[in-house]
Design a protein. Structure first.
Ligand code: HEM
Length: 292
């Protein structure tokens, strides 16, 4: 399945909605009207979900990364989503859908259990939703608050877009820590003595501010010379959706910049980071479209 044109269609639809909501000079929040719809519709199309299933999963997934309340928020959300994916897999065994779930059912039959396919679908849904939505929201916030950066994205051509997106990924580091690793042998790492069996948690946001990025590491510089970053982690468990996330970011952010050249933050003082979450993000990005 060629996802790129489908993603471009999803982006255009979301931008039409944004345009309609903000057409009269009203503020529009880019989180529920652009970032989340683009991220969730993309995974939904990839998995082959219908609109009803997409809507259910979208609703039950919100508390998944919210660590402010008790564990019942995230844990309840995870088990509800897995139950719903199990239901989808059972239905798609009868009528395989057009996406990944249908393909696994068709190509692998009973080689894979319902629980395995539901778990895989849930992993992709979880991995791709909040992370990508946060990156889109942070990119939208940058466009609305940094006119010079917006100009680079509008006028930089395809290479400029790629550089801008890579810098956004490095600078925002939305997934702040890699999955914990267990040390198999003892050794020294960054001046720390690690023993076999120790749990090692790597801060990706700190790595992405490493001195090797220079004095400007703490700043967003879209024309920075290309240098690999760790926003998607490293090694065997590096993000499996990295290329998909890049396609989404390269589709949505330049279109947002070109379509609304006078985009600006509606209430900059109200923009705050998520209070406590695995993912670095903004709960709301209110913008004005006309710059008025
Ligand atoms: C800007 C968007 C994204 C960022 C910054 C991001 C970042 C990450 C990071 C840091 C990891 C852990 C890597 C490690 O521990 O070495 C990870 C794992 C993962 N991501 Fe993403 N991700 C993004 C989008 C996506 C998307 C779109 C999908 C799927 C549709 C996805 C699916 C996954 C999965 C399944 C894993 C687990 C991989 C494994 O355990 O082998 N991610 N991601």
């Amino acid at each position: 399945m060629d996802l790129q044109p489908l993603i471009e269609g999803i982006v255009e639809q979301a931008l039409d909605d944004v345009s309609e909501l903000g057409g009269e000079g009203d503020p529009v929040d880019l989180v529920p009207h652009l970032a989340r719809p683009v991220a969730s519709h993309t995974i939904s199309v990839m998995l082959g979900l219908d609109e009803d299933d997409h809507a259910v999963l979208h609703r039950i997934s919100s508390p998944r990364f919210d660590l402010m309340g008790s564990g019942s928020g995230p844990f309840g959300s995870i088990s509800d989503a897995i139950d719903h994916f199990l239901d989808i897999v059972r239905r798609q065994r009868e009528h395989p859908g057009p996406g990944l779930i249908g393909r696994l059912v068709r190509d692998h039959g009973t080689e894979l259990t319902d629980t395995e396919i539901a778990g895989l679908a849930d992993g992709l849904w979880t991995g791709g939703l909040e992370s990508t939505a946060s990156a889109i929201a942070l990119g939208g916030h940058l466009l609305a608050t940094d006119p010079a950066a917006a100009c680079v994205l509008r006028e930089g051509g395809p290479d400029g877009v790629d550089g801008w997106v890579e810098e956004l990924l490095r600078y925002s580091s939305v997934v702040q820590v890699a999955f914990p690793r267990v040390a198999l042998t003892e050794g020294e790492l960054g001046g720390e003595q690690i023993l076999a069996g120790d749990l090692v948690v790597c801060s990706l946001s700190a790595a992405n501010r490493d001195a090797r990025f220079g004095d400007s590491a703490a700043h967003f510089m879209p024309d920075r010379a290309p240098r690999s970053h760790l926003a998607f982690g490293h090694g065997l468990h590096r993000c499996i959706g990295a290329e998909l996330a890049r396609v989404e970011l390269r589709a949505v952010l330049p279109r947002l910049a070109v379509r609304f050249p006078r985009l600006r933050a509606a209430e900059p003082s109200l923009v705050t980071g998520e209070q406590l979450s695995f993912i670095y993000g903004l709960p709301a990005v209110p913008v004005l479209l006309d710059g008025g």
